[in-house]
Unconditional design. Structure first.
Length: 59
């Protein structure tokens, strides 16, 4: 379970770092991304919602 949570937090950190590198002062970004992660410990499942897509992770 701990490994799955670390994997999910690692993905969040990578997405945050990647988003910052692409920004520039001359370029205006009109695209908004939305990310939400829900963890279901009893089912040993985590669900990631990102830009209208759903990904399930089982641990």
């Amino acid at each position: 379970m701990l490994e799955a949570l670390l994997l999910l937090f690692g993905m969040l950190a990578a997405a945050a770092i990647g988003g910052r590198e692409s920004e520039s002062k001359d370029e205006e970004e009109t695209y908004e991304s939305y990310e939400k992660i829900r963890v279901y410990p009893k089912e040993r499942r985590a669900t990631r919602y990102y830009n209208g897509k759903r990904e399930d992770y089982y641990y």
